[in-house]
Design a protein around this ligand. Structure first.
Ligand SMILES: C[S@@+](CC[C@H](N)C(=O)[O-])C[C@H]1O[C@@H](n2cnc3c(N)ncnc32)[C@H](O)[C@@H]1O
Length: 402
């Protein structure tokens, strides 16, 4: 079943995630079943998807840690073919309820795949009959449900219907800590619609966290190429012009009243937030020398993590751990006293401006590749060892990160 427009982006993401899994960037036993034809992506794309998945995994893990003592729920907006549920289940790390929602076509397609695989039904805790019943229901009532998994149709642009769907789920508790995940989803929604949704979540949930992975920097050469690509695919990035950079994204949430907001571009997420052991593992997989493109591409994606909790129980849910925050502040102090740009671990790390500047025609050098032999826990890992596919163009970079 071929899906067009924005629903088709789910298949593109799945193909790229599978490429990264098959090469060993991360483990996923279920991705393969959601992809028709395996396609090997370039090292740049594989590493980008590794970083994206690692960032989302890290946030889920921190949410689970912060809420370990009671009921907690995860609601995945525009879940597509995502397989995080299975990976969490394998680790014995599931929340009380894991709810996946998407538009009708995507949900029908996912159900159709689940229908064909008994081991998937087993992992989800459902029967073939449950899947058939869900497929036979009208989209407004389409629901696959087990003890802690739900797959259903919901459009983020209609929070009132969203609320109706969630209210109808036995065991769903609006007062329990709830993490909303939007991995490349709100970027396809008009700002007024996402605002309506985010205001609804803030008003409805006393303990809510919201994370989003989305594109930024539409106005440089790379950004323009990226925009053109999505437009030509029939799924324009509807939010990017309203929230073009980290500052605008931060304001977006702060003005709505989300009290704790962190927004980092993917360079910062990769070098400062994702566990070093995972990064070291990923950097050993393929030969990689496209550092300029890598930093440019990563500068065009950001992760937002915001939360609000009436009793502060989500206060510790942060992208940047406090010790790293302190290190960053110390670095700022070193810089502002004119003591040089060297970071404590001896590395020069780029800022987004460093990475985007070359696109704008500036001649500022990019301070990478960095030495591969550092033993610092915050340094990039050892050189890659396995031969890779051909390098990709900026068009492919943006094109493949759906
Ligand atoms: C790029 S895919 C990402 C899929 C998944 N989150 C992932 O990262 O693998 C975007 C998904 O958002 C869904 N989507 C787009 N607009 C939506 C809306 N208004 N409501 C719900 N889902 C939406 C699409 O159907 C698609 O599955």
């Amino acid at each position: 079943m071929e899906l067009g427009g924005v629903q088709g982006t789910s298949d593109d993401a799945a193909v790229s995630k599978l490429s990264a899994c098959l090469l060993g960037y991360y483990e996923d036993d279920f991705m393969r079943i959601f992809v028709g034809k395996e396609t090997r992506r370039s090292p740049l794309i594989n590493r980008g998807y590794f970083a994206r998945v690692a960032a989302m995994d890290m946030i889920i893990e921190r949410f689970m840690e912060a809420t370990a003592s009671g009921q907690r729920q995860i609601v995945v907006l525009g879940a597509g073919s995502d397989t995080t549920y299975f990976r969490l289940r394998k680790r014995g790390f599931l929340p009380d309820l894991y709810v996946e929602m998407d538009l009708e076509g995507v949900v029908a397609k996912k159900l159709d795949v689940i229908r064909h695989y008994e081991h998937v039904q087993e992992a989800l805790g459902v029967t073939a009959g449950d899947v058939d019943a869900a497929l036979a229901s009208p989209p407004s009532a389409r629901l696959l449900r087990s003890k802690n998994y739900v797959l259903t149709c919901a459009d983020v642009r209609q929070p009132e219907l969203f609320e109706t769907v969630l209210s109808s789920l036995e065991g769903f508790d609006f007062s329990a800590p709830t993490l909303f995940i939007s991995e490349c989803v709100l970027c396809y929604v008009e700002p007024r619609d996402s605002e309506q949704f985010l205001r609804w979540a803030l008003g409805k949930f006393p303990h809510a966290a919201f994370t989003s992975y989305e594109q930024i920097l539409p106005d440089d050469a790379f950004g323009r190429t990226m925009l053109g690509h999505f437009e030509s695919r029939g799924c324009p990035l509807l939010a990017i012009k309203s929230f073009p950079d980290i500052q605008a994204q931060t304001r977006r949430f702060e003005t709505m009243g989300w009290p704790q907001v962190e927004v980092f571009d993917m360079n910062d997420v990769y070098y400062k937030c994702i566990p070093r052991s995972q990064v070291r593992h990923a950097e050993r997989i393929e030969i990689f020398d496209e550092f300029e493109e890598w930093h440019m591409m990563q500068a065009h994606y950001c992760v937002i993590l915001t939360s609000r909790s009436q009793d502060n129980r989500l206060e510790g849910l942060r992208l940047l751990k406090p010790e790293v925050q302190k290190e960053s502040q110390d670095q700022i102090k070193i810089k502002s006293t004119g003591s040089g740009d060297q970071q404590p671990d001896g590395e020069n790390k780029p800022t987004s401006a460093d990475l985007v500047a070359p696109l704008e025609g500036a001649t500022r050098p990019i301070p990478f590749p960095m030495p591969a032999t550092s033993t610092s826990s915050d340094a990039p890992a050892n050189p890659p060892m396995i031969p890779s596919a051909a390098p990709s163009s900026p068009q492919e970079n943006s094109a493949s990160s759906e």
